[in-house]
Design a protein around this ligand. Sequence first.
Ligand code: ADP
Ligand code: MG
Length: 281
Amino acid sequence: ATPLAILIATSKITRLGAVAKSGDIIERYSKADVFLFDKTGTITQGALKIEDIIAEDKTRLHALAASLERNSSHLIAKAITSAYQDDFLSVSDFSEIPGKGVTGVVDGQSVMVGTKVFLTESGVTLPQVPDTGHTVACVAVDGKYAGMIALSDSIKESAADVLKYLSGKGIKAVIITGDNRSAAEKLVEKLGIKGLEFVSDVTPFQKADIVKHYQKDNKICVMVGDGINDAPALTTADVGVAIGQGTDIAIESSDIVLMRDELGLLTTLHQTSVKTLRVIK
Ligand code: ADP
Ligand code: MG
């Protein structure tokens, strides 16, 4: 496309509510072969809700988890913290591992909250739990499994339409998530889009590897995400798209920022970029 065509496309896209950091990004976006989507906060609203606390002492488990999660900005952390009404316990040595969970000393006890993989890797033995399609935050106290918090999230209204649009254009769509398989499966089932693939239980760097995998044979890959956990994948993708309400690091790592939390923008951007770059020569 000519510089003028790209300039016109850029200005149209700005008016629609997205910021592209450079003009050639729009051209790449218009030629995308694959769209990769993060799940939590991207396809889903990210307003998670606690469905169940499974523990011998639910009150204590919630107090430990909420006090620790108060230091994290993860959407799971926000859900666990905001549902907690009591006084927070003292926390020291807090640390957060993106895509896995958080650890720290809470009220004198060593506490971990995160994925099954995270706890297992740290030597915690987990019980067999049935898959319910929930997002789960497993909790260990002093190196022993103490319980889990099951959370639910709802799908963004416009998600299915965008996925249908892409499928209609012959563009492949894949959801890549750090969440568990059962939660990812349930989401894909709810979306009901033919050919929609997913990869679950991945770390932030594995997300970037998946982008590289789909970039083989010179395929153009768009990654859409909102979290710290998406930053490596957003950087690796040919076009990284961040949700404007997402974390600063996601925005920094991206090429296009959606100024409204409206996935329909992805469709409009595609239509506009394809049309503008085709018509004006
Ligand atoms: P997604 O790819 O769905 O956006 P993330 O990569 O951010 O998810 O996180 C993957 C998983 O890691 C979450 O489903 C959760 O189980 C766990 N996790 C990450 N951060 C936290 C946290 N602060 N507290 C509890 N669990 C967490
Ligand atoms: Mg996310």
